[in-house]
Design a protein around this ligand. Structure first.
Ligand code: ARG
Length: 502
């Protein structure tokens, strides 16, 4: 299909026969005047629209069926259009005639296929509500895939936690040794964050999955359309009521990109932790998730996780780009919106991939229990536990803190604590606390075991966290499956409606 034939022949005939008085938007008026000239490729979103090609065909189908059901177009014309759409779908996006965007190109192809009556497809709608519907239709699938990767990551983290409830490791604040903890406690910390990322994405999904179709250019239509019907045919949960809101709002894009960016930020912290742990010999990444050096034969580098870490930067950049594009846009539709969408596609692709890779890297990594245990007490990490012990035996916590701080400077062992007790209290340590209890508090494993407050690292405090993580994961898996099934059911139902016409 040459550009000329796409824009002259069939387009002319649409204009000639389309005397229905339908108020179209300016883009559908494809006179030569509006063919773009030197700015044509700048105007066109056709290449980027490949992403919404399938969505647009489905949306065309639902719209055409609704038009026929409402007696706005005849069943025979609807059948012809639906048949043409099937053929266009089979030929694929690459075979579309030239056009300013996929909506225009598909309409042109329908008209080329069946003649001027193909132009009836665009009755009672605009590309404005059409593109909004396409974006929502495609994005909801992408977000469900992103959600799936968050679930896979949570599963990996839960598995690590289940296997490592007793594996003592150093815990850090300011990246300085702080207090001993366990690998399970660390893994569940990230599981909690990723769980909230999942929740945010499900939340965004609900607002994506609303139908803008029928909003038309922004001001609704004179035709007796049934917006609930198209929403239902496309598996949308509801209709975006106000037609101006429907056709021109993109806060759902912003919300989704933000939720993805938040998840990418979680992933970047997780990646950084593992990079540090790998550096310290605490964990070995599987070869599949490592890279080597082209010059240094001994190298095994955590490149995949470095890339995961970097995706947070891209996602934050997209949020910024999208926010800036949307800021101050007047209602209703403005062409700026064409460039808003790409931020969401880029983000959902990058974050989904990063999430998937993180899940794989976590699931296949090997934890070095011995190295972790040897390092767990480094930097006098049990100091807080000793101070807690002294406080539990009657010392004001502030005095205990001062005493242990002095010991930390002078050996950080039992003798140093005893000397500090003499200095601060003017009496022997044994008069405050049993020596055995101090020795136990100095032991990283005992230290962990004693921190059994709700949510703490002691195995008996971790077990309920693990159980809650499993329950939440199971529930979210069910929600995802039900949501996927609902979309698939809508797709099948639409197909069988189409089959009644073709
Ligand atoms: N390609 C356009 C977009 O992505 C479709 C809508 C064009 N509408 C218009 N009135 N020019 O936003």
């Amino acid at each position: 299909m040459t550009e000329e034939s796409a824009h002259d022949g069939p387009t002319e005939s649409t204009l000639e026969t389309d005397g229905s008085g339908i108020s179209g938007d300016e883009g559908v008026v494809r006179r030569d005047r509006f063919s773009g000239g030197p700015a044509r490729s700048f105007l066109s979103s056709l290449a980027a629209d490949e992403r919404i090609f399938e969505a647009d065909i489905e949306i065309d189908r639902a719209h055409v069926i609704m038009l026929a059901e409402q007696d706005i177009i005849g069943d025979d014309v609807a059948g012809q259009i639906l048949m043409a759409l099937d053929a266009i779908e089979v030929d694929g996006h690459a075979s579309l005639p030239d056009g300013e965007d996929v909506h225009e190109a598909i309409e042109t192809a329908v008209i080329e296929g069946i003649g001027p009556d193909g132009g009836k497809m665009h009755t009672a709608r605009s590309r404005n509500d059409e593109v909004a519907a396409c974006i929502r239709y495609r994005l909801r699938e992408d977000v469900l895939e992103a959600i799936e990767t968050t679930l896979a990551l949570r599963e990996s983290l839960v598995e690590v936690a289940a296997e490592q409830t007793e594996t003592i490791m150093p815990g850090y604040t300011h990246l300085q040794p702080a207090q001993p903890t366990t690998v399970a406690h660390w893994a569940l910390a990230y599981e909690g964050a990723v769980r909230r990322d999942t929740e945010r994405l499900f939340d965004a999904y609900q607002r994506i999955n609303q139908s803008p179709l029928g909003g038309a250019a922004f001001a609704g239509t004179t035709f007796d359309i049934d917006r609930e019907r198209t929403a239902d045919l496309l598996g949308f949960d509801s209709v975006v009521e106000n037609s101006m809101d429907a056709s021109s709002s993109r806060d759902f894009l912003l919300e989704t990109t933000q939720a993805l960016s938040t998840h990418a930020t979680t992933l970047s912290g997780l990646a950084e932790d593992i990079i540090i742990f790998a550096n310290r010999g605490f964990v070995d990444l599987a070869d599949d998730y490592s890279s080597t050096s082209s010059i240094m034969p001994q190298k095994k580098n955590p490149d995949t996780l470095e890339l995961v870490r970097a995706v947070a930067g891209d996602a934050a950049g997209s949020v910024q780009g999208l926010t800036t594009t949307l800021k101050g846009l007047p209602r209703a539709y403005n062409r700026d919106l064409q460039r808003a969408t790409t931020h969401a596609w880029e983000t959902v692709d990058a974050v989904t991939e990063a999430s998937e890779v993180a899940a794989g890297a976590v699931a296949t990594a090997d934890w070095n229990a011995e190295t972790l245990a040897a390092e767990a007490g480094a930097g006098f990490s049990t100091a807080t536990g000793v101070a807690d012990l002294l406080a539990a035996n009657g010392l004001p916590f502030r005095t205990a803190h001062e005493l242990v701080a002095i010991a930390a400077e002078s050996g950080a062992d039992y003798d140093a604590i005893a000397a500090a007790a003499e200095e601060v209290l003017g009496e022997p340590l044994e008069s405050v606390v049993e020596p055995d209890a101090v020795e136990a508090a100095l032991d990283p494993a005992e230290s962990v075991a004693s921190r059994d407050s709700q949510g703490g690292p002691a195995p008996e405090a971790v077990n309920p966290q693990l159980e809650a993580a499993r329950d939440a994961l199971g529930a979210d898996e069910e929600t995802l499956e039900a949501t996927d099934d609902a979309l698939e059911a809508a797709h099948q139902a639409l197909r069988s409606e189409v089959n009644d016409y073709v």
